[in-house]
Write a protein that binds this ligand. Structure first.
Ligand SMILES: O=C(O)CCC(=O)C(=O)O
Ligand SMILES: [Fe+2]
Length: 285
């Protein structure tokens, strides 16, 4: 068993697990220099490096990293799926140390679905990750979040409602948890009611560099507004499915106990007509 009873109980009660100082400062420094190096040398990168720039602004768009202007680094961005190209990223997010933990929570073999490197807070509205990537079998998905630097009240820390994973998943008119933007007013009313009935209150994660947070696919969470726009909040988010949930796929190994979806990079430009269509195609394949 990778986790003790207290940790399992906390996971069951709260829907998340915080593992302080999980990574050494040296490991974090290696990851941060990888990002610096990629930015410096991005013009030579191929189409497998895809970035969302000016995130949560009117200028938000998805481009190849080689086409990103240097000023895009001064505002929130998401650098997608570095696990596809970087062994360092794969080892950190699914290597021998973390895999047994993920596998115990998932009750299966963890398989990386996607990863996102942020340099600023995401400022993403409260959401369930199952809006975008529900696992074929419910609850067979978790996310990890690594603090690549300290978070504080000014750099847009993460917020979540402990216990919200117990709320019955909201089904949109498509019969699934996949978001239908036009139906958000109904969703909001449902969540307001459920949160009030369960007397849930939000928490803000003030994390230190090297901390690891793992959350349940049904934890209601988001990124708070960045009060000081000059302050960075470097982090790496990874979403995982289980290998068993995708028997038709041939994932590539990371450790003896974990793997990753060996798939193409995200399509450019972002498919606004059919969001997350790569994922839909995968599910339907
Ligand atoms: O880092 C954050 O602020 C939230 C990111 C997030 O919710 C996600 O990637 O699923
Ligand atoms: Fe999320």
């Amino acid at each position: 068993m990778a986790l003790n009873d207290e940790q399992i109980n906390s996971w069951n009660d709260n829907g998340y697990l915080l593992l302080k100082n999980f990574y050494s400062h040296q490991e974090i420094a290696s990851l941060n220099s990888l990002i610096d190096g990629l930015w410096k040398g991005r013009k030579k990168l191929d189409a497998s490096y895809v970035i969302d720039i000016f995130v949560e602004t009117e200028k938000e768009k998805r481009v190849y990293f080689c086409d990103a202007p240097s000023e895009a680094r001064d505002q929130p961005y998401k650098l997608n799926d570095l696990f596809l190209s970087s062994e360092l990223v794969r080892d950190m997010v699914a290597g021998e140390t973390i895999a047994p933990i993920l596998n115990e929570l998932l009750q299966g073999q963890s398989m990386i679905c996607n990863s996102l490197n942020f340099e600023f807070g995401s400022q993403q509205d409260y959401h369930f990750d199952t809006f975008y990537m529900p696992s074929p079998t419910p609850n067979k998905m978790v996310a990890s979040w690594i603090a690549l630097e300290d978070t504080n009240d000014f750099n847009g820390p993460l917020n979540y409602y402990p216990g919200s994973q117990k709320i019955p998943p909201y089904k949109f008119s498509n019969g699934s948890t996949i978001i239908v933007p036009e139906e958000m007013a109904h969703f909001d009313a449902y969540m307001e009611r459920e949160i009030a009935e369960r007397k849930l209150t939000p928490e803000t994660l003030i994390a230190e560099k090297g901390d690891l947070l793992i959350w349940h696919s049904q934890l209601f969470h988001g990124g708070s507004p960045i009060k000081d726009k000059t302050r960075t909040r470097k982090s790496l988010v990874t979403h995982y499915f289980t290998k068993e949930d995708f028997p038709e796929l041939e994932p590539a190994p990371v450790s003896s106990q974990s793997c990753y979806m060996a798939r193409p990079a995200q399509p450019v430009p972002y498919p606004y007509e059919a969001p997350k269509s790569w994922f839909q195609r995968l599910l339907n394949s």
